[in-house]
Design a protein around this ligand. Structure first.
Ligand code: SF4
Length: 214
C-alpha cells in the first residue's frame, strides 16, 4: 500500500514542508508563514516602499479657511438720492403777511358781524383761505374764511372750535403781536366743512360764523 505525501514549498524562503496528512500539512504551513523571517522582511520592505496615502481632509478642523483676499476694485457706491422737495404749503396761495407795523390796536369784542361780506373788502389770501380787511398786521388781522369764517380780531384762542369740529377743519396758526391772542383757529381745511355749526355754537366770544354753500 502506497502512501501519498503532500508537499508545500515556501515562496519566500524556499523551505519544503511535507506530510502525508493534508490537514496537518496545512497547519504546518500556517505556522511557517507566521515565523518565516524572509516573508517578514519582504512585508516590511514593501510597507516602507509603498507611497503614503494622501491625508484625508479632516472633518473636525476648528480653524476656518483663511479669507481670500481680492484685488478687485471696490464697487462704486451710488450717490444718495436727492431729498424729496418739501411739500408745498397746504391750502394754496398766500398774498398777505402776518407781520408788519400795526401794533397800536386793542382787543375787539364779539360777536362777529354776520353781514361783514357786505361791508368789507377782500384783502388777500393766506394758504388759499380768503381774508377780509381791513388788516394791519400784526395787531389787526381781519376776518378769515369764505364759508367757515372767524374774526381773528375777536378770537381769543380758546380752542373750543378745534375740539368741537368733527372733520378737523382747523389747525393753530401763530399770530404773535395780536392783542387778543398770539394764535388763531385757522380754517385750513375749510372745504371739508359739513356745516354742523358746532364750532359757531361753542365759541366763547362768538367769533365764528358759518355760511352754507349755495
Ligand atoms: S361748522 Fe362744524 S364742520 Fe364746519 S368748521 Fe365748524 S365744527 Fe367744523
Amino acid at each position: 500500500m502506497s502512501t501519498t505525501v503532500t508537499e508545500y514549498v515556501c515562496q519566500d524562503c524556499g523551505t519544503l514542508l511535507r506530510h502525508t496528512n493534508p490537514t496537518t500539512l496545512e497547519s504546518m504551513r500556517d505556522v511557517h508563514n507566521q515565523l518565516c523571517i524572509v516573508k517578514r522582511q519582504k512585508t516590511m520592505a514593501a510597507q516602507v516602499a509603498a507611497p503614503k496615502p494622501a491625508a484625508a481632509p479632516s472633518t473636525t478642523a476648528k480653524t476656518p479657511p483663511a479669507a481670500t483676499t481680492t484685488t478687485a476694485p471696490a464697487a462704486a457706491i451710488p450717490p444718495a438720492p436727492a431729498p424729496a422737495p418739501a411739500a408745498p404749503a397746504a391750502g394754496g396761495t398766500t398774498t398777505i403777511s402776518l407781520t408788519g407795523t400795526g401794533t397800536s390796536y386793542g382787543k375787539a369784542e364779539g360777536p362777529i358781524d354776520a353781514k361783514f361780506k357786505e361791508k368789507r373788502q377782500a384783502a388777500g389770501t393766506y394758504q388759499g383761505i380768503k381774508v377780509w380787511g381791513p388788516i394791519d398786521p400784526p395787531g389787526q388781522l381781519g376776518i378769515w374764511g369764505q364759508e367757515v369764517c372767524i374774526d381773528f380780531d375777536i378770537c381769543v384762542a380758546d380752542g373750543a372750535c378745534i375740539e368741537a369740529c368733527p372733520v378737523n377743519v382747523y389747525e393753530w396758526l401763530e399770530t404773535p403781536g395780536h392783542p387778543a391772542s398770539d394764535k388763531k383757529a385757522f380754517m385750513i381745511r375749510e372745504k371739508d366743512c359739513i356745516f354742523c355749526m358746532a364750532c359757531e355754537n361753542v365759541c366763547p366770544p362768538q367769533a365764528v360764523k358759518i355760511f352754507q354753500k349755495g
